[in-house]
Design a protein around this ligand. Structure first.
Ligand code: GDP
Length: 461
C-alpha cells in the first residue's frame, strides 16, 4: 500500500452553488475540530472539540468578531466518517454568498481548499473503501437513470470488489500451492496438478469473461442509449418525444466536436436513459424526411445505438419509409406503428412485412404501448434482464481494460499448461493476472493513476 500524507485538513463546499435552503461546507483532517473551534460559537459556548462524536450542534460561524452565518455543525470522529478522518460538516444557509463566507472562514482558520475528489480519495487512502467503490461514488453523482443509480449503488456496496477478490483468492491459492510444492516437494505432490489448475484457470477466466461481456450492457446503463427517432412528417415523432418526456424536464446538451451541432436530450423511459439525438430535426413538422436528406439521416443513424422508426398506422408505407428502413438495416431498431387509438389505424402489417425489426403498436396520444417499448429495449440491450441483485455489471472502460489484461495473462497460463511447462513458469502469468485485477480495487495502481481518477471528481466530494 502506498503511503500518502493526509496530514493537512481540507475544506470545500459540498453542495451546489445555487440559491437553496442549505449549503454544506465540509472540513476533514486531523485539525478539523481545532480549526472549527476557531470559527464556531455554540449557543452554550462549549467548544466543538469538547463535544461527543456523531452529534449535531447549533451556533454561529464568527470571524473577527463578526457573525457570518447561523449554522448546524455535525461532528464525526475518525474513523467513523466518510473520509475515515475527523470531519466537521457545517450546514449553513444555501446560496453562493453564505456558503462562500463559511468556506473562507475555514480557510482563514488554516484549512486548505480540497482538490476535486479529495474527500473520496482520502476515504480510499485510509482504506475505508476500495477504488471500485470510490469510482461508484462518482457514478452515483452523475447517474442519468434509475438503473444507472442502482448499478452504481451496488458497486458502492462492494459487489464488484467482492467478485474481484474471489477471483484473486482462487488464483492466490494456486500460486501459494505451487510455491509450497517447489519449496517442499516431500509434502506437496504435483502429480496430476496440471489438470486441477487447468480447471481453476478456466473457471476464473469464465468469471472474468462474464464481467467483460457485461461492459456493453453496463455502458448503456451508465451512459444511456443513443437514440434517433425517425419517420415521415406527421407520423407522430414529436408527440412520441413529448409522451416519453412526460412531465420531466429534458436535459439538453450540446455535443462538441461533431461536424454539425447535434442536440441531445436525456429522457427517462421507466428507469432507462434514452439519449435522443438531434431533436431539433425531429421537431420540424413539415416535410422533414425530404429536407433532412438521406445524408443527414445516414449520419444520424450511424451515431445511434437505437432507431425508433415512427409510422403513421393510418397510412400505407411509401417510398420514404422503404428508403429509410433500407438505410437502418443492420442497426438496432424498432418500428413503432403509431396512432392505435384511431379506428383507421389498420396498416401495421404493411409496415411489418419483410423486416427483421420488431414492430410495436403504440399511441403517442394515449401513451399506450410505452411499457412494451421499454421491455423491448431491455430485451435488445440487456438480454431481457437488468438485475442488480446477483449480477455484477461493469460500467467503466478502465475496468474493462484491466479485465482484458487479466484474461490475457490467464490465456498465457493455459498455453504454458498445454505446453507442459514447469509449474514455476505458470506463476509468472498468474502474478500478471493478480496484478491486473488489483488495479480494479486500487491496490496496485500507480500514484499518478490514482490522481488522474480522482481529478475527474467534482469539488467537495
Ligand atoms: P411529427 O411530424 O412526426 O413530429 O408528428 P407530430 O408529433 O407533430 O404529430 C402529427 C399529428 O399527429 C399531430 O396532429 C398529432 O396530434 C397527431 N398524433 C401524433 N400521435 C398521435 C396518436 O398516437 N394518436 C392520434 N390520434 N394522433 C396523434
Amino acid at each position: 500500500m502506498r503511503i500518502q500524507t493526509t496530514e493537512d485538513t481540507i475544506a470545500a463546499i459540498s453542495t451546489s452553488l445555487a440559491p437553496s435552503g442549505i449549503g454544506i461546507v465540509r472540513m476533514s483532517g486531523p485539525e478539523a475540530f481545532a480549526l472549527a473551534d476557531r470559527i464556531y460559537k455554540g449557543v452554550k459556548g462549549k467548544k466543538l472539540s469538547a463535544q461527543k462524536a456523531n452529534t449535531v450542534h447549533y451556533g454561529w460561524i464568527v470571524r473577527d468578531g463578526r457573525v457570518l452565518d447561523e449554522v448546524l455543525c455535525i461532528l464525526l470522529r475518525a474513523p467513523h466518517s466518510y473520509t475515515g478522518e475527523d470531519t466537521v460538516e457545517i450546514d449553513c444557509h444555501g446560496g453562493i454568498l453564505a456558503v462562500g463566507r463559511v468556506l473562507d472562514a475555514c480557510l482563514a482558520a488554516g484549512a486548505r481548499i480540497a482538490e476535486p475528489g479529495e474527500f473520496t480519495k482520502r476515504a480510499f487512502l485510509n482504506g475505508r473503501i476500495d477504488m471500485s467503490q470510490a469510482e461508484a461514488v462518482m457514478d452515483i453523482i452523475s447517474a442519468k437513470s434509475e438503473y444507472a443509480l442502482e448499478s452504481s449503488l451496488s458497486q458502492l456496496s462492494g459487489s464488484l470488489k467482492e467478485k474481484i477478490e474471489k477471483i484473486r483468492e482462487a488464483l492466490l491459492f494456486e500460486l501459494a500451492y505451487i510455491e509450497s510444492a517447489l519449496d517442499d516437494p516431500e509434502h506437496y505432490d504435483l502429480t496430476g496438478y496440471s489438470e486441477r489448475i487447468s480447471g481453476v484457470i478456466r473457471r476464473q477466466k469464465e468469471e472474468i469473461e462474464g464481467l467483460i461481456q457485461s461492459f456493453e450492457r453496463g455502458k448503456f446503463i451508465q451512459e444511456g442509449i443513443k437514440t434517433v427517432i425517425l419517420g415521415r412528417p406527421n407520423a407522430g415523432k414529436s408527440s412520441l418525444l413529448n409522451a416519453l418526456t412526460g412531465k420531466q424536464r429534458a436535459i439538453v446538451t450540446d455535443i462538441p466536436g461533431t461536424t454539425r451541432d447535434v442536440i441531445e436530450e436525456n429522457l427517462q423511459l421507466q428507469g432507462l436513459a434514452l439519449r435522443i439525438l438531434d431533436t431539433a430535426g425531429i421537431r420540424r413538422a413539415d416535410n422533414e424526411v425530404e429536407r433532412i436528406g438521406v445524408d443527414l439521416a445516414k449520419s444520424q443513424i450511424s451515431d445511434a445505438d437505437l432507431i425508433l422508426y415512427v409510422c403513421d398506422g393510418t397510412k400505407l408505407p411509401d417510398e420514404n419509409d422503404r428508403e429509410i428502413l433500407e438505410l437502418i438495416k443492420g442497426k438496432k431498431g424498432i418500428i413503432l406503428i403509431n396512432k392505435t387509438d384511431l379506428e383507421d389505424c389498420v396498416y401495421a402489417r404493411a409496415y411489418g412485412e419483410n423486416t427483421a425489426f420488431p414492430v410495436l403498436e403504440i399511441s403517442a396520444k394515449t401513451e399506450e404501448g410505452l411499457e412494451k417499448l421499454k421491455n423491448t429495449i431491455v430485451e435488445m440491450f440487456f438480454e431481457g434482464k437488468i438485475s442488480f441483485n446477483e449480477e455484477v455489471v461493469i460500467t467503466s472502460a478502465r475496468h474493462r481494460d484491466v479485465l482484458l489484461r487479466a484474461r490475457e495473462s490467464l490465456d498465457l497460463v493455459e498455453e504454458s499448461i498445454e505446453a507442459g511447462m514447469p509449474e514455476d513458469f505458470l506463476s509468472i502469468d498468474i502474478y500478471g493476472a493478480l496484478d491486473a485485477l488489483s488495479e480494479i480495487t486500487g491496490g496496485s495502481l500507480s500514484e499518478d493513476l490514482v490522481d488522474e481518477i480522482f481529478s475527474k471528481f467534482c469539488t467537495g466530494k
